[in-house]
Design a protein around this ligand. Sequence first.
Ligand code: ATP
Ligand code: MG
Length: 594
Amino acid sequence: MTVALPHNSSQAPASNFLRQIIAEDLRTNKYGGRVVTRFPPEPNGYLHIGHAKSICLNFGLAAENRGVCHLRFDDTNPVKEDLEYEEAIKAAVHWLGFDWGPHLYHASDYFDRLYQFARHFIKAGLAYVESSTPDEMRRLRGTLTEPGYPSPYRDRSVEDNLDLFRRMKEGEFPDGAHVLRLKIDLASPNINMRDPAIYRIRHISHHRTGDKWCVYPLYDYTHCISDAIERITHSICTLEFQDHRPLYDWVIERLAEAGLLQRPLPQQYEFARLNLTYTVMSKRKLLRIVDEDYVDGWDDPRMPTLAGLRRRGYTPESIRLFAERIGVSKSDSWIDMSVLEDCLRDILNESAERRIAVLDPIKLIIDNYPEGRIEECLAPNHPQKPELGRRALNFSKELWIERDDFEEQPPKGFFRLSPGAEVRLRYAFVVRCAGVDKDDVGNVVAVHCTYDEATRSGTPGAETRKVKGNIHWLSVPHARRSEVRLYDRLFLAPQPGRAAGAVLARSTMTAGVDDDVPFDEPADRNFLDDLNPQGKRTVIAYVEPALAESASETRYQFERHGYFVSDMRDSRPGAPVFNRAVTLRDSWGKNPAR
Ligand code: ATP
Ligand code: MG
C-alpha cells in the first residue's frame, strides 16, 4: 500500500511516548516487526481538527515504521450512521495525505463473529441476558464508592441465556426488553467492569447489513475484538478510554484463551485529545451551530471541520505540521488557536504568491500625472523567491488605496498618508499628499497627491529616497471587483461556554449500560452566547486583474493583509470570491476593529 509521509519538515520529528513504545516493541520483536494501527471513526458526522490529530498520529506512526494503518468505520450504531458521512470521511483522510490502501473495514464486517463470540461467553458462564429496566440496572450498578448488586437475572442457566439471546437476535422482543451483559465483577472499583452490557436490541436497518440483525453489539465489546481480528498492534485512543482498558483486555484475553483470537493481542494506549481554544469540537455542538444557521454549513470556513478548514485555506501540510508541533501527551491541555494559525502562516509564507488587493478602497488622484498615461511597474511574486518571477502592475492617474492608509489628522506614529506627508506607493513612486475631496457631510471621498517621477522603484537612486510609509495600490481602470470574506475566529471566548480559568474536568464513568455517552466539553453557560458576531464580514474589494481569473482553491498572500484563498465553492473565473484564511500576524484581541 502507499502511505504518505506524515510531515515534510526537514527536522527529525520529536520523540513522544508512542514513538518510544513502538521503537521498544520493534526492538523486542513483540509483534514480529509489524506495526498496525487504525483510525476508527463513527460515520455520524464530519471530521474535525481533533480527528486530524488522531489521523496524523495513527497513519503517521504506521508510515514512520513501515507499517499500515487501517481505516475502520465504527458502524455499530445504525440510527446515526450514514453513507454520505463515510464518503466525506474517506475524502478528508485522503486530502490530509494518507491512504489506507486495501485496509478499509467496517465493524459490521464482524457482526457474525461478534455474535458467535457472545455465544461463547454465554456458554463459558461469562455472559447473561439481563431483563431489568435500564433504571433498575443503573440503580443496581452501584456508585464510585459502593459496589454493584446482582440482578435477579444474573444466574440464569446457560441454556436459558442461549435461548433468550437467540430470540433477541430473531426479533422476538421489542427494543430495550433485554440486553446481554458480560459477567465480570460487580464489586470492581472500575464501573466499566461491573457486568457491562455488550448487546442490545434495535429493530432498525443498518446501512450495510440491512435487516439481518435485531441485536447490535456495543462499542466496548466491538472495538477490542475488531482490533484483534485485524491484528492491530497499537490501538491508540483518547484518554477517556483509559478506564475502559481493563475491559478491552479482559474481552480479548478470554477469547484468546479459548483459541478464538490470535496472539499477540493488540494493546490499547491513550493520549490526550485535542482541545483547541476559540472553537468547539463536540459533534453535538457543531451540529447545533450548523442546524441553527450560525454558519453556512459544515464546510463554513469558520468551522473546525476539515471541510471548513480546507475552504478557509488550510493546506494538508499545515495541518500535518500542526499535529507534529502539538505532539502527543498523556494529560489534557488546551492548545491555543494561534498555534494552528501559525502553522498555516509558516506554510503559506513559503508557498503562496504575493498579490495586491484593496479591501476598503478610497481613491487617490495623482494631480501631476498625465491624463491617460499608463505605465507598468514590476512586483515580485515572492520576495524571497526571485525564481517565481515578477508581474506587471499598471499604474495610472487614479488609484485605489486602503481607506485606513490615509488620516486627515494622523495620530502620533502614523507614517502613511496625511496632508503634506510622503509615502512610497509600493513598486512605483513616492507621492506627497496635496489635499482631499469631501462630500457634503465632510467625509473624505478622494485623496490628492503629487508624484515625483525620479522616485520610480527599480530606477537607480530611487530607493534611497527616505520615506517611512509604504502602501499598496491598484489602478482604478485596471482593478477588478471581487467579493472578499473576512473570516475570523468562530468564538470570542477561549473556552466557549466556560467561565475563564475553569479547570478541565471530565467524567470517565460513562460506560456500561449507558453506551454512547458522547464526549462533551463541560459548560457553565450556553456556548452559543460566545459566538463571534464578527466571525464573517463580507466586503467588495478591488484585486489585481489576474486574480479575477484565479483557479478554485488558489492561495495567495494579499500584501499587508494576510493569506487568502479563492473559495472552492463559490469562486468563478471572472467572478472571484476570496476567503481570508489568516491575517499576517497574530493580532487577535489587539485590534478589535479589524
Ligand atoms: P463521538 O464519540 O462523540 O461520536 P468522536 O469525536 O469520538 O465523537 P469518533 O468518530 O468516534 O468521534 O472519533 C474517531 C477517532 O477520532 C477516535 O479514535 C477518537 O478518539 C478520535 N478523536 C475524536 N476527537 C478527537 C480529538 N479532539 N482529539 C484527538 N482525537 C480525537
Ligand atoms: Mg467516539
